[in-house]
Structure formats: structure tokens, C-alpha cells
Ligand binder design. Structure first.
Ligand SMILES: Nc1nc2c(ncn2[C@@H]2O[C@H](COP(=O)(O)OP(=O)(O)OP(=O)(O)O)[C@@H](O)[C@H]2O)c(=O)[nH]1
Ligand SMILES: [Mg+2]
Length: 297
């Protein structure tokens, strides 16, 4: 199955729900109740009420409601911030428990290695020995290298070591894995702030990118997560995972609208290849039904 069809399959519940609500694409007059149903469907898909209302307001004014809804979504998702280039390129990955950080790092390591880059991953989730082992398995599959310390050691120290080694051994890409943490846990958030700070001491100006991994099925709480992490580690981009498994996925729109952070990649499965660069177009076409009239895109 292609990436797109997997994403598309994941989001099919939202799409089918919405398809049955649009009576047609063009000039048909839709009743207030019908608009309300569509707005509800967007809210059910986790777009968030204020954004859903805003999108519907725009669509209502148009003679081609479906296309206009797609255009409004495109505008929301169109955040053009290129990924910083550096050598070594240093990336910090964070997020709450179980969102898919370690899996995403495995996929990223694989992707960069396949581009011919030398990739080093730092196991700064030192909470559980199992976390380091899990990362080591991914890193080996990806054809990358790992820096680890004993269970319970200071994550900031692992990050520092990884960057130092990465510089000394001429790596192209350095990725730091961190333990999952709930954004309301102050001591764990302080620990993460320290990782971030210490990385800048190992190499001025890094981490070059900070990606917050969000589970696409999380819903409203994702907003609180991104808000808090951003204050601590200056998030530069999002990775939204498990879009193959959620029937919702509208949280992507909500996060882009609220934080103006680019979605760097999305996760659509559990294997090495199941990572795709985010495409607003593919995403929208997975979420909304095909237009039945010809469109100029
Ligand atoms: N279906 C699906 N499952 C995923 C995806 N990404 C991760 N997972 C699964 O989510 C679960 C948690 O993934 P991890 O990578 O361990 O998550 P984590 O954020 O590192 O977890 P902690 O380190 O414990 O906070 C695993 O079972 C993964 O296989 C995805 O894109 N799609
Ligand atoms: Mg992990």
C-alpha cells in the first residue's frame, strides 16, 4: 500500500463522514443545518471548534464549498519554514510518552542513511534500559551508530557526548532521543530544558532543529503539549505519527493554525519506511472527499 493510501485509509472515517454531507460541489444552496453538520464533523475529526467555525465561515461564502474548504485548509497548513542546514545537523526529538519518538528516530536515521549520510543517534532516554535497547535495534536496522551510557545516567550528559563524538568522527546527522514526559511534570520538563541547554554548549547554535512528536490521535491535549514543550525547548517543527491508525487526524490543522509550526514528517506505520514528508495536499485529500466537479488544481 502506498503512503498516501495508508494515510488516506487512516483518515477515511472523517472523509466518508464529510462526503455524505456535501450535497454537491457547486452552487447548490446548503442549509444552515447542513453546514452545522459539516462543522460538527470537522470538530469530531479534532480540528478544534474555533478553527472549524473559521473554515466553515470561509467555505459558506463560496459557490464551490468543497473547494473553498480545501483552499482554507491549504492556507492553514501552508507554513514555509525550511529545515536548517548544518554539518553536523543536530536534531532534538521530544514529546509525551509513547507518541512514537524512538520509532520516528529509527525511520529518520534510515532516511538520512539512505541519502548517504553518516548518522549518529544519542540515547538520552536513560530512564529504562529497555528504551536504550529499543533505540539500538532501530539504529542498527537503519545502518546508523549509537551513543549510550548506563541506565539512569544524566540525559544531558548523553546528549553532550553524542554531539562531541559526532563532531570528532565527522558525522553528518546527529539525532538525540529523549524520554517521554508529560508536559505538566515540572521536574522532567526541567530535565529536558537542561538537555537543550547542554546541547548548545557542546556545539554553539545547536540543536538546529527541535521536533515535537505528536500522536495524531491525541486530540485536544496535543495543543497543550505543543504549547508547553515549545516554551521549554523552542520547537521548530512537528512530527505527527500514527496517522495510519486514527480515524481523526484533524489535529494537524489545529496545531498548524495555533502555533504556525511546520509539520516536518508524518508517521503512517510501524516499519522503517513508514515516514513521509508532510504534504498539505495529500493530507487535505485524505481528510476531505474528492470533489465531483472538475477543479483547477
Ligand atoms: N501505527 C503506527 N504506530 C506507530 C507509529 N509511530 C510509532 N508507532 C507505535 O507507537 C508505539 C510507541 O512508539 P515509540 O517509538 O516507542 O514511542 P516513544 O515516543 O519513543 O515512547 P516513549 O519513549 O516511551 O515515550 C510503538 O508501538 C510504535 O510501533 C506510526 O506512525 N503508526
Ligand atoms: Mg522512546
Amino acid at each position: 500500500m502506498s503512503f498516501f493510501s495508508r494515510l488516506s485509509k487512516g483518515l477515511s472515517k472523517s472523509r466518508e463522514g464529510l462526503a455524505s454531507m456535501f450535497p454537491g460541489q457547486s452552487t447548490e444552496k446548503m442549509s444552515e443545518a447542513e453546514w452545522q453538520d459539516i462543522e460538527d464533523a470537522l470538530i469530531m475529526a479534532d480540528c478544534g471548534a474555533p478553527l472549524a467555525m473559521g473554515l466553515i465561515e470561509k467555505a459558506k461564502k463560496s459557490k464551490q464549498p468543497m473547494q473553498s474548504l480545501k483552499d482554507a485548509m491549504q492556507q492553514t497548513l501552508n507554513i514555509q519554514t525550511p529545515i536548517k542546514q548544518a554539518k553536523p545537523f543536530v536534531l532534538l526529538v521530544a514529546g509525551v510518552n509513547g507518541t512514537g519518538k524512538t520509532t520516528t528516530i529509527g525511520k529518520l536515521a534510515h532516511m538520512y542513511a539512505a541519502e548517504g549520510k553518516k548518522v549518529l543517534v544519542g540515547a538520552a532516554d536513560t530512564f529504562r534500559a529497555a528504551a536504550v535497547e529499543q533505540l539500538a535495534v532501530w539504529v542498527e536496522r537503519a545502518g546508523a551508530d549509537i551513543v549510550k551510557q548506563a541506565e539512569g545516567s544524566d540525559p544531558a550528559s548523553v546528549a553532550f557526548d553524542t554531539i562531541s563524538r559526532g563532531i570528532a568522527k565527522d558525522y553528518d546527522v546527529i539525532i538525540i532521543d529523549t524520554a517521554g514526559r508529560v508536559q505538566t511534570d515540572t521536574s522532567l520538563m526541567n530535565e529536558l530544558a537542561k538537555v537543550y541547554r547542554v546541547m548548545g554548549k557542546a556545539l554553539a547554535g545547536c540543536p538546529h532543529e527541535v521536533w515535537h512528536v505528536v500522536d495524531g490521535g491525541t486530540g485536544q491535549n496535543a495543543v497543550a503539549q505543543v504549547e508547553k514543550f515549545r516554551e521549554i525547548i523552542y520547537t521548530t517543527g512537528l512530527v505527527v505519527t500514527k496517522l495510519d491508525g486514527t480515524g481523526k487526524g484533524g489535529v494537524v490543522l489545529q496545531l498548524c493554525d495555533k502555533f504556525k509550526l511546520p509539520v516536518r514528517y508524518i508517521g503512517v506505520g510501524e516499519t522503517l519506511g513508514d515516514l513521509m514528508p508532510f504534504s498539505a495536499n495529500d493530507y487535505i485529500n485524505s481528510l476531505l472527499p474528492e470533489s465531483t466537479t472538475s477543479e483547477s488544481d
